[in-house]
Design a protein around this ligand. Sequence first.
Ligand SMILES: NC(=O)c1ccc[n+]([C@@H]2O[C@H](COP(=O)([O-])OP(=O)(O)OC[C@H]3O[C@@H](n4cnc5c(N)ncnc54)[C@H](O)[C@@H]3O)[C@@H](O)[C@H]2O)c1
Length: 365
Amino acid sequence: MRTGLIGAGNISDQYLTHLAGYPDVEVVAVGDIDVERARAQAEKYGVPDAGTAQDVLAHPDVELIVNLTVPTAHADVDLMALEAGKHIWSEKPLATSLEAARGVLDLATRKGLRVGCAPDTVLGPGIQTTLRLVREGIGGAVTGLAVMQNRGPDLWHPSIEFFYGPGGGPVLDIGPYYLTSLVLGLGPVTSVTATGGRARLERTVHAGPRQGSVFPVEVPTHAEALLTHASGATSTAIFSFDSSRTRRVLEFGGVDATIEASDPNTFGGRVTRHGAPVVRGEEIVEVVDVDPAGAGRGIGVVDMARSIAAGTPHRATGELAYHVLEIMLAINRAVDAGGTVGIDSTVAPVDLLPEGWSPTAALVG
Ligand SMILES: NC(=O)c1ccc[n+]([C@@H]2O[C@H](COP(=O)([O-])OP(=O)(O)OC[C@H]3O[C@@H](n4cnc5c(N)ncnc54)[C@H](O)[C@@H]3O)[C@@H](O)[C@H]2O)c1
């Protein structure tokens, strides 16, 4: 499937590197508001065309747009792409408001086009192995635990401001990896209670040309949330850019076993099954080191390309991303205003990828 990439910033290196190794997808054009940046990335990765977003949308060969712009531009770029008759893969979050996200999904439906959305790490062998173990049964998947805390991406990202504006903050930036995994493991969420705040009202750019400039923090930077799932399961989620300690945890707990997931922001890693002792004594621990097997950012685009060719549903859908967006916005709302927020949207169960699924195979004829 011929693809155009819009947004040639930081994360475009990972996409362009991986997509070059996936034969079912071919990147034929790169676009950005900063045309020089688009040209440089196209040259670096041997992509034939580069220009503005409009140039990529007007490209006659492009069937699918990979939208790697900043969160506040996601919905606008998606709407333009759908109007131009292209399928969409968007980086997360799907949009910065539910209204904008619904607008994208409704237009796609009217046009008969597909919307896919990051994170595609949940399709990587690490989280797929985790979910397979959960679905095989852990004695009722009754609890989820997600913790992601650090100082924020301030020290390394040159255009850090969007991480602390609408669509940013730890909940909307990092939450998608953990919350999508929790929804895939324990099912849709029906309500959210949360507390938290923001440790600093201003932050400083530490990398790149704007180093030293100070900007306002517009969103919560620490959130502690309790989620109720429709299945009856409950989850605890902590997302923070206000911590001096880096910690990442994702677990699914049942009465027979707890599954400790690999890092949901990566594609492979260690998955551990802690089994309850049959008699009093040591718990039974089984460890699997899961090879990412060539998977990286872009495998969601491969799943979309193959599913469109086969006429079957793809997995990282706009509906899933919409549900996760509603949960994230509800967490931030509960942090700011207190109380419990109901979640109106839901999402159908998503099939796991077949074992041995590989993005490096050539399946689309
Ligand atoms: N950087 C990471 O490690 C990382 C990891 C995973 C996901 N993401 C997600 O990827 C997206 C991009 O992040 P990034 O770190 O690459 O940001 P970035 O600021 O480095 O790059 C964004 C690019 O989009 C361009 N752009 C913005 N609005 C545009 C528009 N309307 N039309 C065309 N181009 C436009 C900018 O000029 C810039 O080149 C975000 O949604 C982010 O959440 C980033």
